[in-house]
Design a protein around this ligand. Structure first.
Ligand SMILES: [Zn+2]
Length: 162
């Protein structure tokens, strides 16, 4: 397999501060998981990166969490059925000149853009959880995005605001 993403290096999906801190291996050789990471990268991560960089070069898109091994997922208190375990989910943060853009704000920008495009060109995803700080006050940094290859081309596009 080549690159998981056009804009992010192949170590990015496996990066985890928690894993690093605790000396845990956060890589995988599972072909299905690797295929999921590639799918998430090319279908979700790359288009979002392109969208913001095209809009204004001062935007940065940061991968906060992508693949998680069982140990890492447990350590960061992820859901036991989390899509991060199989590389289907990715958490993204967007910054403008180093300042965090509230997830609800950048998600609205994406939604507005998607609304003007043909269905086929829209961002494909099955679930987007936009952290707004409504449910958990400290959760307001990222949008969690999940995509399943099996749903192609009828992605669910469910959006939840947490
Ligand atoms: Zn997530």
């Amino acid at each position: 397999m080549g690159r998981f993403s056009r804009y992010f290096g192949n170590s990015v999906p496996f990066h985890s501060d928690y894993a690093k801190k605790h000396g845990i291996d956060n890589t995988t050789t599972n072909p299905n998981t690797l295929a999921n990471i590639y799918y998430t990268g090319t279908k979700v991560v790359d288009p979002i990166y392109r969208f913001f960089k095209t809009k204004d070069k001062r935007y940065s898109v940061i991968v906060m969490s992508w693949y998680r091994s069982k140990a890492v997922n447990k350590g960061v208190k992820g859901d036991s059925r989390s899509g991060h375990l199989s590389g289907k989910c990715v958490d993204l943060a967007v910054y403008f000149e180093g300042v965090l853009v509230p997830p609800g704000q950048w998600w609205a920008m994406l939604e507005a853009n998607m609304a003007t495009q043909k269905k086929i060109d829209r961002l494909p995803f099955d679930i987007a959880i936009v952290e707004t700080g409504k449910k958990v006050a400290s959760w307001n940094n990222i949008v969690h995005l999940g995509i399943s290859r099996k749903n192609y081309p009828d992605f669910k596009r469910e959006v939840a605001f947490w």
